[in-house]
Ligand binder design. Structure first.
Ligand code: AMP
Length: 428
Protein backbone atom coordinates (compact mmCIF):
# COMPACT_ATOMS: atom_id res chain seq x y z
CA UNK A 1 0.00 0.00 0.00
CA UNK A 2 1.23 3.44 -0.94
CA UNK A 3 1.82 6.14 1.60
CA UNK A 4 0.21 9.56 1.31
CA UNK A 5 3.66 10.98 0.52
CA UNK A 6 3.91 8.85 -2.58
CA UNK A 7 0.69 10.42 -3.82
CA UNK A 8 2.54 13.76 -4.02
CA UNK A 9 -0.29 15.90 -2.80
CA UNK A 10 -0.13 19.66 -2.34
CA UNK A 11 2.09 20.09 0.67
CA UNK A 12 -0.43 21.78 2.99
CA UNK A 13 -2.69 18.79 2.39
CA UNK A 14 0.06 16.39 3.35
CA UNK A 15 0.62 18.40 6.48
CA UNK A 16 -3.06 18.21 7.31
CA UNK A 17 -3.21 14.45 6.76
CA UNK A 18 -0.27 14.03 9.11
CA UNK A 19 -2.11 16.13 11.72
CA UNK A 20 -5.15 13.92 11.29
CA UNK A 21 -2.87 10.90 11.66
CA UNK A 22 -3.91 9.51 8.32
CA UNK A 23 -0.79 7.64 7.32
CA UNK A 24 -1.97 5.13 4.76
CA UNK A 25 -4.45 5.80 1.98
CA UNK A 26 -7.39 3.40 1.95
CA UNK A 27 -7.57 1.23 -1.21
CA UNK A 28 -10.00 3.57 -2.93
CA UNK A 29 -7.80 6.56 -2.11
CA UNK A 30 -4.61 4.83 -3.27
CA UNK A 31 -6.19 4.09 -6.62
CA UNK A 32 -8.36 7.14 -7.20
CA UNK A 33 -6.17 10.02 -6.07
CA UNK A 34 -3.26 9.59 -8.55
CA UNK A 35 -5.64 9.03 -11.49
CA UNK A 36 -7.80 12.01 -10.51
CA UNK A 37 -4.76 14.27 -10.14
CA UNK A 38 -3.71 13.24 -13.64
CA UNK A 39 -7.07 14.53 -14.83
CA UNK A 40 -8.70 11.21 -15.62
CA UNK A 41 -12.40 10.58 -15.26
CA UNK A 42 -13.15 8.07 -12.51
CA UNK A 43 -15.76 5.39 -12.16
CA UNK A 44 -15.55 4.30 -8.55
CA UNK A 45 -17.58 1.43 -7.16
CA UNK A 46 -17.32 1.81 -3.39
CA UNK A 47 -19.51 2.04 -0.35
CA UNK A 48 -19.36 4.67 2.34
CA UNK A 49 -16.87 3.79 5.03
CA UNK A 50 -14.14 3.05 2.51
CA UNK A 51 -12.69 6.56 2.65
CA UNK A 52 -14.26 7.63 -0.61
CA UNK A 53 -14.95 11.21 0.46
CA UNK A 54 -11.24 11.89 0.80
CA UNK A 55 -10.69 10.03 -2.48
CA UNK A 56 -12.44 12.87 -4.28
CA UNK A 57 -11.97 15.74 -1.81
CA UNK A 58 -8.16 15.48 -1.76
CA UNK A 59 -7.71 15.73 -5.55
CA UNK A 60 -10.09 18.70 -5.63
CA UNK A 61 -8.24 20.45 -2.82
CA UNK A 62 -4.95 19.61 -4.51
CA UNK A 63 -6.27 21.29 -7.65
CA UNK A 64 -7.44 24.37 -5.74
CA UNK A 65 -4.11 24.56 -3.94
CA UNK A 66 -2.15 24.56 -7.16
CA UNK A 67 -4.53 26.72 -9.12
CA UNK A 68 -5.24 29.45 -6.61
CA UNK A 69 -5.18 32.31 -9.15
CA UNK A 70 -7.77 30.59 -11.33
CA UNK A 71 -10.11 30.56 -8.40
CA UNK A 72 -10.22 34.35 -8.29
CA UNK A 73 -13.43 34.64 -10.39
CA UNK A 74 -15.44 33.47 -7.38
CA UNK A 75 -17.42 31.07 -9.54
CA UNK A 76 -17.41 27.44 -8.46
CA UNK A 77 -14.69 25.29 -10.01
CA UNK A 78 -15.81 22.03 -8.46
CA UNK A 79 -19.34 20.72 -8.04
CA UNK A 80 -20.17 17.80 -5.75
CA UNK A 81 -23.67 16.36 -6.07
CA UNK A 82 -24.98 14.23 -3.23
CA UNK A 83 -28.38 12.59 -2.72
CA UNK A 84 -29.21 13.83 0.79
CA UNK A 85 -28.63 16.94 2.84
CA UNK A 86 -26.98 14.88 5.57
CA UNK A 87 -24.46 13.56 3.12
CA UNK A 88 -23.95 17.03 1.63
CA UNK A 89 -23.25 18.40 5.11
CA UNK A 90 -20.82 15.61 5.86
CA UNK A 91 -18.99 16.14 2.61
CA UNK A 92 -18.77 19.83 3.51
CA UNK A 93 -17.32 18.89 6.89
CA UNK A 94 -14.77 16.64 5.18
CA UNK A 95 -13.66 19.44 2.84
CA UNK A 96 -13.39 21.73 5.83
CA UNK A 97 -11.31 19.17 7.74
CA UNK A 98 -9.00 18.11 4.92
CA UNK A 99 -8.70 21.62 3.47
CA UNK A 100 -7.78 23.38 6.72
CA UNK A 101 -4.47 24.66 5.27
CA UNK A 102 -5.75 25.33 1.76
CA UNK A 103 -7.22 28.72 0.86
CA UNK A 104 -10.62 27.97 -0.56
CA UNK A 105 -14.28 28.64 0.07
CA UNK A 106 -17.18 26.25 -0.16
CA UNK A 107 -20.93 26.62 -0.28
CA UNK A 108 -23.49 24.05 0.65
CA UNK A 109 -26.80 24.01 -1.13
CA UNK A 110 -29.59 21.68 0.05
CA UNK A 111 -33.32 21.72 0.60
CA UNK A 112 -35.37 21.71 3.79
CA UNK A 113 -34.01 25.06 4.99
CA UNK A 114 -34.44 28.63 3.76
CA UNK A 115 -32.37 29.55 0.73
CA UNK A 116 -31.28 33.07 1.69
CA UNK A 117 -28.14 32.12 3.53
CA UNK A 118 -27.11 29.79 0.73
CA UNK A 119 -27.62 32.54 -1.83
CA UNK A 120 -25.57 34.94 0.29
CA UNK A 121 -22.79 32.39 0.50
CA UNK A 122 -22.89 31.85 -3.27
CA UNK A 123 -22.70 35.59 -3.86
CA UNK A 124 -19.56 35.81 -1.76
CA UNK A 125 -17.95 33.36 -4.17
CA UNK A 126 -17.24 29.69 -3.60
CA UNK A 127 -14.71 27.38 -5.16
CA UNK A 128 -16.44 24.19 -4.19
CA UNK A 129 -20.18 23.83 -4.43
CA UNK A 130 -21.68 20.86 -2.60
CA UNK A 131 -25.32 20.37 -3.44
CA UNK A 132 -28.34 18.15 -3.47
CA UNK A 133 -29.92 18.18 -6.94
CA UNK A 134 -33.37 19.63 -6.17
CA UNK A 135 -32.24 22.80 -4.39
CA UNK A 136 -29.43 23.33 -6.86
CA UNK A 137 -31.92 23.34 -9.74
CA UNK A 138 -34.13 25.81 -7.83
CA UNK A 139 -31.21 28.18 -7.34
CA UNK A 140 -30.02 27.73 -10.93
CA UNK A 141 -33.48 28.58 -12.22
CA UNK A 142 -33.51 31.72 -10.10
CA UNK A 143 -30.17 32.72 -11.60
CA UNK A 144 -28.19 32.41 -8.38
CA UNK A 145 -25.75 29.75 -9.59
CA UNK A 146 -23.50 29.80 -12.63
CA UNK A 147 -21.87 26.50 -13.46
CA UNK A 148 -19.94 27.65 -16.50
CA UNK A 149 -16.52 27.44 -14.78
CA UNK A 150 -16.88 23.96 -13.32
CA UNK A 151 -13.75 21.93 -13.94
CA UNK A 152 -14.48 18.95 -11.75
CA UNK A 153 -17.82 17.26 -11.20
CA UNK A 154 -18.34 14.65 -8.49
CA UNK A 155 -21.45 12.49 -8.42
CA UNK A 156 -21.54 10.78 -5.05
CA UNK A 157 -23.75 7.81 -4.31
CA UNK A 158 -25.15 7.80 -7.82
CA UNK A 159 -27.20 4.65 -7.21
CA UNK A 160 -28.98 6.32 -4.33
CA UNK A 161 -29.71 9.36 -6.47
CA UNK A 162 -31.34 7.03 -8.97
CA UNK A 163 -33.42 5.39 -6.21
CA UNK A 164 -34.53 8.80 -5.01
CA UNK A 165 -35.71 9.86 -8.46
CA UNK A 166 -32.99 12.46 -9.05
CA UNK A 167 -31.96 11.28 -12.51
CA UNK A 168 -33.89 13.97 -14.45
CA UNK A 169 -32.51 16.68 -12.14
CA UNK A 170 -28.97 15.38 -12.52
CA UNK A 171 -29.22 15.34 -16.29
CA UNK A 172 -30.55 18.90 -16.23
CA UNK A 173 -27.63 20.05 -14.09
CA UNK A 174 -25.04 18.24 -16.16
CA UNK A 175 -26.37 19.85 -19.33
CA UNK A 176 -25.29 23.21 -17.88
CA UNK A 177 -21.71 22.16 -17.16
CA UNK A 178 -18.83 22.77 -19.55
CA UNK A 179 -18.11 19.77 -21.77
CA UNK A 180 -14.43 19.94 -21.04
CA UNK A 181 -14.49 18.93 -17.44
CA UNK A 182 -13.32 16.06 -15.32
CA UNK A 183 -16.00 13.80 -13.84
CA UNK A 184 -15.63 11.58 -10.80
CA UNK A 185 -18.49 9.16 -10.45
CA UNK A 186 -19.05 7.09 -7.30
CA UNK A 187 -21.67 4.49 -6.62
CA UNK A 188 -21.96 1.63 -4.13
CA UNK A 189 -23.58 -0.54 -6.77
CA UNK A 190 -23.56 -0.41 -10.56
CA UNK A 191 -27.02 -1.48 -11.77
CA UNK A 192 -27.62 -1.13 -15.55
CA UNK A 193 -29.18 2.36 -15.32
CA UNK A 194 -26.17 3.64 -13.42
CA UNK A 195 -23.77 2.12 -15.94
CA UNK A 196 -25.72 3.83 -18.69
CA UNK A 197 -25.41 7.18 -16.96
CA UNK A 198 -21.71 6.59 -16.34
CA UNK A 199 -21.21 5.76 -20.02
CA UNK A 200 -22.84 9.06 -20.97
CA UNK A 201 -20.89 11.12 -18.49
CA UNK A 202 -17.43 9.69 -18.41
CA UNK A 203 -14.69 9.76 -20.99
CA UNK A 204 -12.48 6.69 -20.95
CA UNK A 205 -12.76 6.45 -17.16
CA UNK A 206 -10.26 4.91 -14.80
CA UNK A 207 -12.21 2.24 -12.97
CA UNK A 208 -11.78 1.70 -9.29
CA UNK A 209 -13.60 -1.15 -7.73
CA UNK A 210 -12.93 -1.68 -4.07
CA UNK A 211 -15.98 -3.86 -3.58
CA UNK A 212 -15.91 -6.16 -6.61
CA UNK A 213 -19.32 -7.63 -6.09
CA UNK A 214 -21.07 -5.32 -3.65
CA UNK A 215 -19.58 -6.99 -0.61
CA UNK A 216 -20.17 -5.66 2.85
CA UNK A 217 -16.96 -4.54 4.46
CA UNK A 218 -15.07 -7.45 5.85
CA UNK A 219 -14.51 -6.22 9.37
CA UNK A 220 -18.21 -6.39 10.11
CA UNK A 221 -19.52 -9.42 11.93
CA UNK A 222 -22.82 -10.03 10.17
CA UNK A 223 -25.49 -12.37 11.44
CA UNK A 224 -29.21 -13.01 11.36
CA UNK A 225 -31.54 -13.85 14.20
CA UNK A 226 -34.76 -15.59 13.22
CA UNK A 227 -37.83 -14.54 15.20
CA UNK A 228 -41.52 -13.86 15.16
CA UNK A 229 -42.59 -10.29 14.62
CA UNK A 230 -43.96 -10.00 18.16
CA UNK A 231 -40.53 -10.83 19.60
CA UNK A 232 -38.66 -8.08 17.83
CA UNK A 233 -38.91 -5.30 20.41
CA UNK A 234 -37.85 -7.53 23.32
CA UNK A 235 -34.99 -8.97 21.32
CA UNK A 236 -33.86 -5.50 20.33
CA UNK A 237 -33.87 -4.33 23.94
CA UNK A 238 -31.71 -7.35 24.83
CA UNK A 239 -29.22 -6.56 22.07
CA UNK A 240 -29.04 -2.88 22.97
CA UNK A 241 -28.41 -3.67 26.63
CA UNK A 242 -25.39 -5.79 25.72
CA UNK A 243 -22.11 -4.79 27.39
CA UNK A 244 -20.33 -4.24 24.11
CA UNK A 245 -23.00 -1.93 22.68
CA UNK A 246 -21.87 1.69 22.76
CA UNK A 247 -23.57 3.36 19.83
CA UNK A 248 -26.04 1.69 17.57
CA UNK A 249 -28.22 2.44 14.58
CA UNK A 250 -31.49 0.54 14.29
CA UNK A 251 -33.14 0.42 10.90
CA UNK A 252 -36.87 0.29 10.35
CA UNK A 253 -38.72 0.12 7.08
CA UNK A 254 -41.05 3.09 7.64
CA UNK A 255 -40.95 6.50 9.30
CA UNK A 256 -43.97 5.56 11.36
CA UNK A 257 -42.18 2.38 12.45
CA UNK A 258 -39.14 4.42 13.48
CA UNK A 259 -41.24 6.74 15.65
CA UNK A 260 -43.16 3.91 17.26
CA UNK A 261 -40.02 1.92 18.00
CA UNK A 262 -38.28 4.96 19.49
CA UNK A 263 -41.16 5.42 21.93
CA UNK A 264 -41.03 1.75 22.91
CA UNK A 265 -37.30 1.91 23.54
CA UNK A 266 -37.65 5.02 25.65
CA UNK A 267 -40.28 3.28 27.76
CA UNK A 268 -37.63 0.66 28.46
CA UNK A 269 -35.20 3.37 29.54
CA UNK A 270 -33.07 3.33 26.38
CA UNK A 271 -32.28 6.79 25.06
CA UNK A 272 -33.13 6.77 21.38
CA UNK A 273 -34.02 9.26 18.66
CA UNK A 274 -35.71 8.69 15.34
CA UNK A 275 -34.21 10.16 12.20
CA UNK A 276 -36.21 10.15 9.00
CA UNK A 277 -37.41 12.30 6.15
CA UNK A 278 -40.42 13.76 8.00
CA UNK A 279 -38.19 15.41 10.56
CA UNK A 280 -37.04 18.95 9.93
CA UNK A 281 -33.46 19.51 8.92
CA UNK A 282 -32.78 21.10 12.31
CA UNK A 283 -34.25 18.12 14.14
CA UNK A 284 -32.15 15.70 12.11
CA UNK A 285 -28.99 17.67 12.80
CA UNK A 286 -29.85 17.83 16.50
CA UNK A 287 -30.37 14.06 16.56
CA UNK A 288 -27.05 13.48 14.81
CA UNK A 289 -25.08 15.72 17.12
CA UNK A 290 -26.70 14.19 20.21
CA UNK A 291 -25.65 10.81 18.87
CA UNK A 292 -22.12 12.03 18.10
CA UNK A 293 -21.79 13.51 21.60
CA UNK A 294 -23.05 10.30 23.20
CA UNK A 295 -26.10 12.00 24.65
CA UNK A 296 -28.18 9.33 22.96
CA UNK A 297 -26.92 5.86 22.24
CA UNK A 298 -29.42 4.67 19.68
CA UNK A 299 -30.52 6.19 16.39
CA UNK A 300 -33.63 4.68 14.88
CA UNK A 301 -33.45 5.39 11.18
CA UNK A 302 -35.06 4.75 7.83
CA UNK A 303 -32.87 3.99 4.84
CA UNK A 304 -33.08 7.35 3.13
CA UNK A 305 -32.41 9.37 6.29
CA UNK A 306 -29.43 7.24 7.24
CA UNK A 307 -27.65 7.52 3.95
CA UNK A 308 -24.25 8.99 4.34
CA UNK A 309 -24.34 9.25 8.12
CA UNK A 310 -20.68 9.42 8.93
CA UNK A 311 -20.19 8.77 12.60
CA UNK A 312 -17.25 6.84 13.87
CA UNK A 313 -17.49 4.17 16.51
CA UNK A 314 -20.95 2.90 15.67
CA UNK A 315 -20.56 -0.49 17.31
CA UNK A 316 -23.83 -2.08 16.21
CA UNK A 317 -26.24 -1.90 13.33
CA UNK A 318 -29.53 -3.70 13.87
CA UNK A 319 -31.90 -4.37 11.01
CA UNK A 320 -35.14 -4.34 12.96
CA UNK A 321 -36.91 -4.73 9.63
CA UNK A 322 -35.15 -6.37 6.73
CA UNK A 323 -34.53 -3.81 3.98
CA UNK A 324 -36.86 -3.70 1.01
CA UNK A 325 -34.01 -3.61 -1.49
CA UNK A 326 -30.96 -5.79 -0.95
CA UNK A 327 -28.62 -2.88 -1.85
CA UNK A 328 -29.88 -1.05 1.23
CA UNK A 329 -28.47 -3.85 3.37
CA UNK A 330 -24.97 -2.99 2.20
CA UNK A 331 -25.51 0.69 2.95
CA UNK A 332 -26.99 -0.09 6.34
CA UNK A 333 -24.24 -2.36 7.58
CA UNK A 334 -21.67 0.06 6.18
CA UNK A 335 -22.64 2.47 9.01
CA UNK A 336 -20.57 0.36 11.37
CA UNK A 337 -17.03 -0.96 10.98
CA UNK A 338 -15.90 2.28 9.37
CA UNK A 339 -12.33 2.86 8.29
CA UNK A 340 -10.77 -0.22 9.76
CA UNK A 341 -12.85 -0.48 12.94
CA UNK A 342 -14.76 -3.65 13.69
CA UNK A 343 -18.52 -3.61 13.86
CA UNK A 344 -21.48 -5.87 14.42
CA UNK A 345 -24.56 -6.06 12.22
CA UNK A 346 -27.55 -8.13 13.32
CA UNK A 347 -30.61 -8.64 11.17
CA UNK A 348 -33.96 -9.59 12.68
CA UNK A 349 -35.72 -11.80 10.20
CA UNK A 350 -39.26 -13.18 10.30
CA UNK A 351 -40.55 -15.94 8.12
CA UNK A 352 -42.14 -13.34 5.87
CA UNK A 353 -38.80 -11.62 5.42
CA UNK A 354 -36.84 -14.68 4.36
CA UNK A 355 -37.11 -13.78 0.69
CA UNK A 356 -35.38 -10.50 1.50
CA UNK A 357 -32.66 -12.40 3.30
CA UNK A 358 -32.07 -14.62 0.26
CA UNK A 359 -31.85 -11.57 -2.01
CA UNK A 360 -29.24 -10.04 0.30
CA UNK A 361 -27.18 -13.22 0.40
CA UNK A 362 -27.28 -13.38 -3.38
CA UNK A 363 -26.15 -9.78 -3.70
CA UNK A 364 -23.30 -10.00 -1.24
CA UNK A 365 -22.45 -13.43 -2.54
CA UNK A 366 -22.18 -15.01 0.86
CA UNK A 367 -24.57 -16.64 3.30
CA UNK A 368 -25.22 -14.80 6.53
CA UNK A 369 -24.65 -16.66 9.78
CA UNK A 370 -27.90 -17.60 11.50
CA UNK A 371 -27.56 -17.10 15.26
CA UNK A 372 -30.41 -19.44 16.22
CA UNK A 373 -30.71 -22.08 13.51
CA UNK A 374 -33.15 -24.27 15.37
CA UNK A 375 -35.48 -21.45 16.40
CA UNK A 376 -39.13 -22.45 16.75
CA UNK A 377 -41.20 -19.81 15.06
CA UNK A 378 -44.93 -19.34 15.36
CA UNK A 379 -45.31 -17.10 12.32
CA UNK A 380 -44.96 -20.07 10.05
CA UNK A 381 -48.51 -20.54 8.91
CA UNK A 382 -47.98 -19.53 5.31
CA UNK A 383 -44.51 -20.91 4.63
CA UNK A 384 -42.46 -23.93 5.57
CA UNK A 385 -39.52 -23.14 7.87
CA UNK A 386 -36.89 -24.34 5.42
CA UNK A 387 -34.56 -22.11 3.48
CA UNK A 388 -31.30 -22.10 1.62
CA UNK A 389 -29.03 -21.12 4.45
CA UNK A 390 -30.87 -21.92 7.58
CA UNK A 391 -28.57 -24.78 8.37
CA UNK A 392 -26.72 -22.71 11.00
CA UNK A 393 -23.35 -21.92 9.58
CA UNK A 394 -20.82 -20.86 12.14
CA UNK A 395 -19.42 -17.73 10.61
CA UNK A 396 -16.22 -16.53 12.25
CA UNK A 397 -15.54 -13.00 13.33
CA UNK A 398 -13.18 -11.32 10.96
CA UNK A 399 -10.86 -9.14 12.90
CA UNK A 400 -9.68 -6.55 10.46
CA UNK A 401 -7.32 -4.08 12.01
CA UNK A 402 -6.79 -0.44 11.28
CA UNK A 403 -4.18 0.34 8.73
CA UNK A 404 -3.00 3.47 10.46
CA UNK A 405 0.48 3.14 11.90
CA UNK A 406 3.91 4.59 11.35
CA UNK A 407 4.77 8.23 11.77
CA UNK A 408 6.23 10.12 8.91
CA UNK A 409 6.30 13.86 8.55
CA UNK A 410 5.84 15.16 5.04
CA UNK A 411 8.78 17.31 4.00
CA UNK A 412 8.17 17.79 0.37
CA UNK A 413 8.14 20.70 -2.02
CA UNK A 414 4.98 21.66 -3.93
CA UNK A 415 3.75 19.16 -6.54
CA UNK A 416 5.84 18.52 -9.58
CA UNK A 417 4.72 20.31 -12.70
CA UNK A 418 1.47 21.50 -11.13
CA UNK A 419 -1.99 20.13 -11.49
CA UNK A 420 -2.75 21.55 -14.88
CA UNK A 421 0.32 20.12 -16.45
CA UNK A 422 -0.52 16.71 -15.10
CA UNK A 423 -4.09 17.07 -16.29
CA UNK A 424 -3.00 18.23 -19.73
CA UNK A 425 -0.81 15.18 -20.11
CA UNK A 426 -3.64 12.92 -19.12
CA UNK A 427 -6.10 14.50 -21.57
CA UNK A 428 -3.67 14.36 -24.47
P1 AMP B 1 -15.93 7.81 4.05
O1 AMP B 1 -16.00 6.47 3.35
O2 AMP B 1 -15.42 8.86 3.17
O3 AMP B 1 -17.28 8.15 4.65
O4 AMP B 1 -14.86 7.70 5.26
C1 AMP B 1 -15.08 6.90 6.38
C2 AMP B 1 -14.24 7.33 7.58
O5 AMP B 1 -12.86 7.01 7.38
C3 AMP B 1 -14.27 8.80 7.89
O6 AMP B 1 -14.53 8.91 9.26
C4 AMP B 1 -12.88 9.31 7.56
O7 AMP B 1 -12.53 10.35 8.43
C5 AMP B 1 -12.00 8.10 7.76
N1 AMP B 1 -10.84 8.02 6.85
C6 AMP B 1 -10.85 8.28 5.52
N2 AMP B 1 -9.62 8.07 4.99
C7 AMP B 1 -8.81 7.64 5.98
C8 AMP B 1 -7.42 7.25 6.05
N3 AMP B 1 -6.65 7.22 4.96
N4 AMP B 1 -6.92 6.89 7.24
C9 AMP B 1 -7.73 6.88 8.34
N5 AMP B 1 -9.04 7.22 8.35
C10 AMP B 1 -9.59 7.61 7.18
Amino acid sequence: MKSFQELELFEPLEKRLAELEYTTPTPIQAQTIPAAIEGKDILGCAQTGTGKTAAFALPILDFLGHEAPRAASGRPLALVLAPTRELAIQIGQSFHTYGKHVRFRQTLVYGGVGQNEQVRSLNKGAHVLIATPGRLIDLMEQGHVRLSDIEILVLDEADRMLDMGFMPAIKKIIAKLPQDRQSLFFSATLPPKIRELADQLLFNPFQVNVTPKTKSVEQIDQSVRMMDRCEKVDQLVKVLRGDDVLRSIVFTRTKHGANALTRKLEKQGITATAIHGNKSQAARQRALSAFRDNRISVLVATDVAARGIDIDDVTHVVNFDMPMEPESYVHRVGRTGRAGANGIAISFCTVDERDKLREIEKLIDQPLRIQNPGAKLNDTASKPAKSSNFGGRNGSRNNGSSSANGNRRPKKRFGKGGWNKRRATAKA
